[in-house]
Structure formats: structure tokens, C-alpha cells
Design a protein around this ligand. Structure first.
Ligand code: HEM
Length: 182
């Protein structure tokens, strides 16, 4: 096994952890209140920076998989899901998650152009991207049988679940109030 293969797996796991943080902190951002003992602007900054870091880690995840011969990854597999040579279903979920993440990042960068409603409609996809990425990691991961990865997965799932429960049990303010825009 080459160094690229290990790096690909490692960055896959870190990406999943980062996406978990992004989702949980994103939900906290929407509350419009201080969270984790941080003022609101700091929570937003964590959300934004963790997303960008996740994108960098995902680029390394996919880039190293393209270099390493084991998964026989082609450029088209990075964009189009479920047509891969290697575990097409589980790998395809990774591609789907990446497509969703890219849509989220691009619309966030263009937020001032597409308007709050359009941005928000796409941002709901975050709730779909996380479980798709989670299933990909557990379904295809060589390390999915290892205790450390299972423990990490349980912690990630518990974090997102806690954020969801909190979101559903709290009245969040209208987006314009949180964001300061209309
Ligand atoms: C949001 C996007 C993604 C996340 C969070 C993610 C996460 C993960 C995780 C956690 C693993 C398991 C690593 C291990 O077992 O140690 C993994 C493995 C893998 N991922 Fe991804 N991944 C994503 C996107 C992709 C994409 C776009 C592709 C390729 C098109 C891909 C291909 C693979 C492959 C080939 C493996 C290795 C499977 C193995 O260990 O046998 N992933 N990924």
C-alpha cells in the first residue's frame, strides 16, 4: 500500500469530522445566540473556516485517490456518481456528497448575487450531504471495521443528532434577523 492510499483514507476521516463540525456549528449559527461560549460572529467564523478546511481536505482525499492505483479512480468518478470501478455504490455516495458540498460552497461564495432565498434553498442540502458522506465513509472505508473509526462515526452521528434535536426543539429566529439582511 502506498503513502497516497493512507493519506487518502486519513483525509477522508478528517473530512467527515470537519463536515460534522460544520453542520453542528452551522445549526448553532442559525440560533442567533452565542454558542459554545463564543460570540455570534466567532461561531460564524468557525462555521465558514471549517467548511473551507473541509474542502481543502476533500481535495486532498480525491487528489490522492486519483494518484493511487488501488481504487482505479478516473476524473469522471469525481463528478458523476455511481459509475466507478471500485465499490460503485459506496464510492458514488462520496461523489454525491462532494457534489452537494461544492454546490453549498459555491452558492455561499455567490450569496450576495443569488440572494438570501436562493442561497437558503441550496443550503438545506447540507442536511442531505452529511448522511450521504457518512454512509460513504462507513460503506467503503477499509477502516470501517476498526474500533477507532466506528467510535469516530458514533461521535460524529451523536453530534449531528444533538444539533438536529436542538434545532427542532428551539424556535430559531427568522433568517433576516440572524443575518442582518433582508
Ligand atoms: C464529502 C465527501 C467525502 C467524505 C466526507 C469522504 C469520507 C471518506 C471516509 C471517512 C473514508 C474512509 C477512510 C478509511 O477507511 O480510513 C473514505 C474512503 C474513501 N473514499 Fe471518500 N469521502 C468523500 C468523497 C469521496 C469522493 C468524491 C470519492 C471518489 C470519487 C471518494 C472515494 C473514496 C475511496 C475510494 C475511499 C477508500 C475506500 C477504502 O478504504 O477501501 N470519497 N472517504
Amino acid at each position: 500500500m502506498s503513502a497516497a492510499w493512507y493519506l487518502a483514507r486519513g483525509t477522508g476521516v478528517v473530512s467527515l469530522v470537519l463536515l460534522t463540525i460544520v453542520v453542528a456549528v452551522g445549526v448553532a449559527t442559525r440560533s442567533g445566540r452565542p454558542a459554545f461560549g463564543l460570540p455570534r460572529f466567532a461561531v460564524t467564523a468557525v462555521h465558514r473556516n471549517a467548511s473551507l478546511l473541509a474542502v481543502v481536505l476533500l481535495a486532498i482525499h480525491v487528489g490522492t485517490l486519483l494518484i493511487d492505483p488501488y481504487a482505479r479512480l478516473r476524473l469522471i468518478d469525481v463528478v458523476l456518481p455511481f459509475i466507478g470501478n471500485y465499490r460503485p455504490l459506496w464510492q458514488g455516495l462520496g461523489t454525491l456528497a462532494l457534489d452537494l458540498v461544492i454546490a453549498l460552497v459555491v452558492t455561499s461564495l455567490l450569496r450576495h448575487r443569488i440572494g438570501l432565498r436562493g442561497w437558503r434553498a441550496v443550503h438545506w442540502l447540507a442536511y442531505a450531504a452529511w448522511p450521504v458522506a457518512f454512509l460513504h465513509g462507513l460503506g467503503t472505508g477499509t477502516d470501517a471495521g476498526q474500533l477507532w473509526l466506528r467510535g469516530t462515526a458514533v461521535l460524529c452521528a451523536a453530534t449531528v443528532l444533538a444539533a438536529l434535536v436542538w434545532r427542532l426543539s428551539t424556535r430559531v429566529p427568522a433568517l433576516s434577523t440572524v443575518d442582518g439582511r433582508r
